[in-house]
Design a protein around this ligand. Structure first.
Ligand code: GLN
Length: 194
């Protein structure tokens, strides 16, 4: 199994570390590569888009040609996971704060940037995630999903907001599973590989 972590900006190394830890725990044969330019995502079985700054990530993936490879991978049924800013980039539409973000339109969701307000810039909370269970989730200036279309399965909510969802092979999370030592989200994601 080959996993590509999109490495143009954001908490890339943390995802590499978490992916390697999950692979070790699952006792599977896996390789993790950082995709800073095109040619890596296209040779991978699964793709992760980390958190960071969605405007920057979006600009750089479209400029480098990585965006097209992510779209093709998704169309081939390969699992794609976006966390925080990565989730924004996966969406079909967004609020007025996402106007400058070119979206991949891979998931039938609407997102709102910085959805938890200034008082709650970053916080940690125990979520109950479908298929995974209780999970200590780290939120940093996190977006939320404001609307889902019918094929989208809601996996977790917090504060009446949708913070995790899945549509076939696409997984979107408002929070950062790579910032805790709990590898269950990454394990769940790898199990989505056919
Ligand atoms: N607020 C950031 C954005 O909208 C996302 C924050 C994050 O990824 N930690 O781009």
């Amino acid at each position: 199994m080959r996993v590509a972590i999109v490495g143009v900006q954001g908490d890339v190394e943390e995802h590499v570390f978490a992916a390697k830890a999950a692979i070790k725990k699952m006792k599977i044969d896996g390789e993790v590569q950082i995709a800073r330019r095109k040619g890596i995502v296209s040779k991978s079985d699964a793709v992760v888009i980390p958190g960071g700054e969605s405007t920057t990530i979006s600009r750089l993936i479209f400029k480098s040609g990585i965006a097209q490879e992510i779209i093709e991978a998704a169309e081939q049924g390969k699992p794609v996971m976006g966390t925080c800013a990565g989730m924004i980039v996966l969406a079909k539409s967004g609020d007025e704060q996402t106007e400058k973000v070119k979206l991949l339109n891979l998931m039938d969701i609407s997102v709102k940037r910085n959805a938890f307000g200034r008082q709650k810039e970053s916080f940690q909370v125990k979520l109950n995630i479908k298929y995974i269970g209780e999970f200590e989730a780290v939120f940093i200036r996190a977006p939320a999903i404001t609307k889902v279309e019918k094929d989208v399965e809601i996996l977790a909510t917090f504060d009446d907001k949708i913070v995790a969802a899945k549509q076939k092979n696409i997984l979107a999370l408002s929070f950062h599973p790579e910032l805790t030592n709990d590898t269950r989200v990454h394990e769940f994601f790898f199990k989505m590989i056919n």
